[in-house]
Design a protein around this ligand. Structure first.
Ligand code: NAD
Length: 496
């Protein structure tokens, strides 16, 4: 395999310093002085160290965000937009460095042009278009209208699988609305978020508007929704942690949105373009080593084309090359040992449950794979809908094929899980596409499209246990505001 980047080369960047987090515009260690190692999942070597932040650090960050709030909230919205646009420009200039940081941290090979600057620009464009309503009144002496105001100091907790997009998505929208924020990146992949925060400061976003506390979920993470100074939360991660975060928000009576997991179905009808469907599904389940919440992990296929689909999927998945991120491969390792154990456990459950293992199910061996958390693309056939591998999110490159007899059964199987994040339908028939688009219980439905790609500004979020609230759409900024109704009494008739 050809090395495209020298993996030994230190990533010399002024955007990152070892063992610091951002509080009130200062790069500081944890109050406790403790640190955590950030590991390269391809070889288990230490990439960097980060502060092991905890409640004291979150408290300092909330105080810094409170100090920054009045000035930021009262900065006119066009000026705030300008700063976000400048941030986007710097992110674009540093796209390669950011991409490499994310690759090293997550272990994924380069996967195309960075979406980050575009994501910030999309939100920046909304910043000075946050509008209230004028309201009818009972008397001409009264004007009625609504104001959309920030919550104040808000919090966010993000996962490791796509740290750059998760960071920009939450932070840009929250601060565009005039909030100041305390965010905790995942301990497994904090480097791109820290660099993005430095770029935001370089762009002129004032100190204390964005605060990044690094550390473990149970320590720094838990301290965010439990802090009485936090007025709203955005959480992306697993349903179990989402539920814990929501309990803390309930105790403090603050709102939140939850972006949780998925078990997304790919429903294939006999009239579909099978070659396109199989290729897109194979790419979708192996992209980022299957560690994508939207990944289509269940193929629900009409029995009449079942064999052909399995053969096409096996061929496409066999072509997926596996290796360390710096090589020209399609798929890197899983993020850590825990995730590797989890994925291998599901593969064993598939075998024990009676599914037919068509491809993979093992780890690759050889010099390139060494100590890394690699697993081969894995395809199971004749999976029954109630099996563990058909019900639970694996978050790995494991695809389950479930044959069905008709459209009604396809709908029942597709909807027969706790999750409802994304669903895809493969058909050339408009009628089938319309019926399925309505019937599928998911926040996003793709027709002849595996990951819901191709749409600009589509609101993103889940049905059922995949969470609630929507990000990334036209309401991204509005979601971080609360509505105030103002009734303004004045004398409309001159008083003599
Ligand atoms: P996770 O829930 O273990 O961790 C997510 C974040 O929460 C991390 O920053 C972690 O440190 C923190 N955390 C852990 N325990 C906490 C606690 N008690 N209190 C507060 N914070 C805590 O999830 P993960 O393994 O990092 O990510 C994988 C999950 O994320 C999958 O289920 C995946 O589907 C989901 N995900 C969803 C979306 C979406 O948009 N719907 C996007 C990406 C990932």
């Amino acid at each position: 395999m050809t090395a495209v980047i020298d993996p030994q080369a230190t990533l010399e960047t002024p955007l990152l310093a070892d063992n610091v987090q951002l509080i009130g515009g200062e790069w500081v260690p944890a109050a406790s002085g403790e640190t955590l190692e950030v590991i390269n999942p391809a070889n288990r070597e230490v990439l960097s160290r980060i502060p092991r932040g905890a409640a004291a650090d979150v408290d300092a960050a909330v105080q810094a965000a409170e100090r920054a709030l009045p000035g930021w909230r009262d900065t006119n919205a066009t000026a705030r937009a300008g700063l976000l646009f400048r941030w986007a420009a710097l992110v674009e200039e540093n796209a390669e460095v950011l991409d490499q940081l994310e690759s090293r941290d997550v272990g994924r090979p380069h996967w195309g042009p960075s979406p980050l600057a575009g994501m910030i620009r999309f939100i920046a464009g909304q910043t000075d278009k946050v509008q209230g309503l004028s309201l009818p009144t009972y008397s001409p002496d009264v004007l009625g209208f609504t104001l959309r105001e920030p919550y104040g100091v808000v919090g966010a907790i993000i996962p490791w699988n796509a740290p750059g997009p998760m960071f920009t998505n939450e932070v840009a929208a929250a601060i565009a609305a005039g909030n100041t924020i305390v965010i905790k990146p995942a301990e497994d992949a904090p480097l791109a978020p820290l660099a993005l925060a430095q770029l935001a400061m370089d762009a002129g976003i004032p100190a204390g508007v964005i605060n990044v506390v690094t550390g473990l979920g149970a320590e720094a993470g838990a301290a965010i929704p439990n802090h009485p100074g936090i007025r709203r939360v955005g959480f992306t991660g697993s349903p179990a942690t989402g539920s814990t975060v929501m309990e803390a928000c309930a105790r403090n009576l603050i709102p939140l949105h939850l972006e949780l997991g998925g078990k997304s179905p790919q429903v294939i009808f006999p009239d579909a373009d099978l070659a396109t469907a199989a290729q897109a599904i194979a790419t979708g389940i192996t992209l980022n080593t299957g560690q994508i919440c939207a990944a289509g992990s269940r193929v629900v296929v009409h029995r009449s084309i079942h064999q052909e689909v399995v053969e096409r999927l096996a061929t496409a998945m066999q072509q997926v090359t596996v290796g360390p991120w710096h090589q020209k491969v399609n798929m890197g390792p899983l993020i850590n040992g825990k995730q590797h154990g989890r994925v291998m456990g599901y593969i064993e459950a598939g075998r024990d449950g009676g599914a037919d293992l068509v491809l993979g199910g093992d780890t690759p061996s050889g010099e390139d794979f060494g100590e890394g958390y690699f697993v081969n693309p894995t395809l199971f056939d004749n999976v029954s809908p109630d099996m563990k591998i058909a019900q639970e999110e694996i978050f790995g490159p494991v695809l389950s094929v479930i044959p069905v007899d008709d459209e009604q059964e396809a709908i029942e199987v597709a909807n027969g899980v706790d999750y409802g994040l994304v669903a895809s339908v493969w058909t050339e028939d408009v009628g089938t596409a319309v019926r399925m688009s309505r019937a599928l219980q998911a926040g996003q439905v793709g027709v002849n499209n595996a990951l819901g790609a191709g749409v600009i500004g589509g609101p993103f979020g889940g049905y059922k246990s995949s969470g609630f609230g929507r990000t990334m759409g036209a309401d991204s900024v509005l979601n971080w505001t609360q509505t105030k109704t103002v009734s303004l009494r004045g004398a409309t008739r001159p008083v003599n």
